[in-house]
Design a protein around this ligand. Structure first.
Ligand code: XMP
Length: 486
């Protein structure tokens, strides 16, 4: 055992020192990298937790410029479906549109429209040639859903299509000119190769910060556990065009994770593989040498975590980020700071300490887009938020995260609770990125890379922390970005 015991610090132990600045918050560039091949427009990632990220959350976060990681407390099929929903939500051109044949029944079209929240389906024959399109309008008030689609669809002869290579602007003009909502794109043999929709054009204009892949589809990641079916699960998710995998465990510096990374790396060379969670430079080195594309840092800082008190293990999050990022830089691997973000100021501190993005659970769990509905308690709205190491979540499937898959009785490392309802993801992220911009302005750094280079920290005492929060006042109105510590 080392004789000297080093001190580890958390966000509340430090502050960034203000520095001469020529940048205004509005001119700050919030772009960052998430993993080697995924760039974000804001450094925010929603946590792979079953009360935080399913497709709705992932869509909302990616539209704002970040990325969501779909949790894995669900069947392989369901996780694949959730990924598929995100990847299909917004596209430059939908390259694999959902299609049916002319002999399919109307009710099949209705089912697919409902499942994927789409308003029309191209109809193709066996040779993949387009023969029509069926839209919600064609089947409005229809009683007999057993009819063949060909009876109701707009037939090829009246169909407006465009040739392969059509620009987005040209597609927009055609959609406007013919007052249609969907433009099938075909090759020289009239085979359907894609679809451009008015919805996608509107979304593109409404969300200019959206974080997207090279086909214009929103980025999304998926959590994987160290389980028997890891490769089977990964295969199904790759079919849905998932952008990255996170091997999601409470202890990433373990042989199970190392073996899983090796397996994934050998099977999926075109997809970013992220590993976690770790809290030491040694772990970063070991994972970096395996070629991971990002490393997730955080052992025990999460708002619902009890790992540190149950297992007595962890590193206070600021020090963990600082030390891990220092090591990760040597290997050019981005760090994701996971857990413990209570305020936007903590995000600025995490980035300045070297992280390229932050993963957030609690602060997003209260939004409209998290799974589950709101509940009222003493006149205030709340949403359920639970640790993946809580008994309830482990029963639902996450016990492998805590290496307890084969035990008959769990030892939980997380709690179940509720967080105040906080409106839409858009509103919450607006406040969080506003804080990031403000912080970067105070230290005179226009980009996150500059912040990581130039930031200077100072340690504070508990008196300093007390002084940092509102004091000597009875708050009568809480602002949207400040929830007193309870
Ligand atoms: P925040 O602070 O954003 O933290 O709510 C979210 C992160 O906490 C981790 N997590 C857990 N850690 N026990 C733990 O020790 C748990 O039950 C648990 N559930 C989630 C996870 O890394 C998440 O992103």
């Amino acid at each position: 055992m080392d004789k000297k015991i080093p001190l580890s610090l958390s966000f509340d132990d430090v502050l960034l020192i203000p520095q001469k600045s020529r940048v205004l918050p509005k001119n700050i560039i919030t772009e960052s990298i998430f993993s080697r091949n995924i760039g974000l427009n804001i450094p925010i990632v929603s946590a792979a937790m079953d009360t935080v990220t399913e497709s709705k959350m992932a869509i909302a976060v990616a539209r704002e410029g970040g990325i969501g990681i779909i949790h894995k407390n669900m069947s392989i099929e369901r996780q694949a479906e959730e990924i598929d929903k995100v990847k299909r939500y917004e596209s430059g051109m939908i390259t694999n549109p959902i299609t049916l044949g002319p002999k399919n029944k109307i009710h099949e079209a209705v089912d697919l429209m409902h499942r994927y929240e789409i308003s029309g389906i191209p109809i193709i024959d066996k040779a993949l040639k387009i023969v029509g399109i069926i839209t919600k309008r064609d089947i409005l008030f229809l009683d007999n859903l057993e009819e063949n689609i060909e009876k109701r669809m707009t037939k090829e002869i009246e169909l407006i299509t465009a040739k392969k290579g059509t620009t987005f602007d040209n597609a927009k003009k055609l959609l406007q000119k013919y007052k249609i909502e969907k433009l099938p794109i075909i090759d020289d043999n009239k085979r359907l190769i894609g679809l451009i929709t008015i919805k996608d054009i509107i979304k593109k204009e409404l969300y200019p910060m959206a974080a997207k892949d090279k086909f214009g589809r929103l980025f999304v990641g998926a959590a994987l556990g160290v389980t028997e079916d890891i490769i089977e699960r990964a295969n199904e998710l790759v079919k849905m065009n998932v952008d990255c995998f996170i091997v999601d465990t409470a202890h990433g510096h373990s042989s199970g994770v190392i073996n899983a990374i090796k397996k994934l790396k050998s099977k999926f060379s075109n997809i970013d593989i992220i590993a976690g969670n770790v809290a030491t430079a040694r772990a970063v080195k070991d994972l970096a040498l395996l070629g991971v594309d990002a490393i997730k840092v955080g052992v025990g800082p999460g708002s619902i975590c009890t790992t540190r008190v149950i297992a007595g293990v962890g590193v206070a999050q600021f020090t963990a980020i600082y030390e891990c990022s220092y090591e990760a830089k040597k290997y050019n691997v981005p760090v994701i700071a996971d857990g413990g973000i209570k305020y936007s100021g903590d995000i600025v501190k995490a980035l300045a300490a070297g992280a390229s993005s932050v993963m957030i659970g609690g602060l997003l769990a209260g939004t409209d887009e998290s799974p589950g509905s709101t509940e009222i308690h003493e006149g205030r709205k709340f949403k359920i938020y639970r640790g993946m190491g809580s008994i309830d979540a482990m029963k639902a499937g996450s016990s492998d995260r805590y290496f307890q898959s084969d035990v008959s009785k769990f030892v939980p490392e997380g709690v179940v609770g509720k967080v105040p309802y906080s409106g839409t993801v858009k509103e919450v992220i607006y406040q969080l990125t506003g804080g990031i911009r403000s912080g970067m302005g105070y230290v005179g750094c226009k980009t996150i890379t500059k912040l990581q280079k130039n930031a200077k920290f100072i340690r504070i005492t508990s008196a300093g922390l007390r002084e940092s929060h509102p004091h000597d006042i009875i708050m009568t109105k809480e602002p949207p970005n400040y929830e007193p510590m309870r």
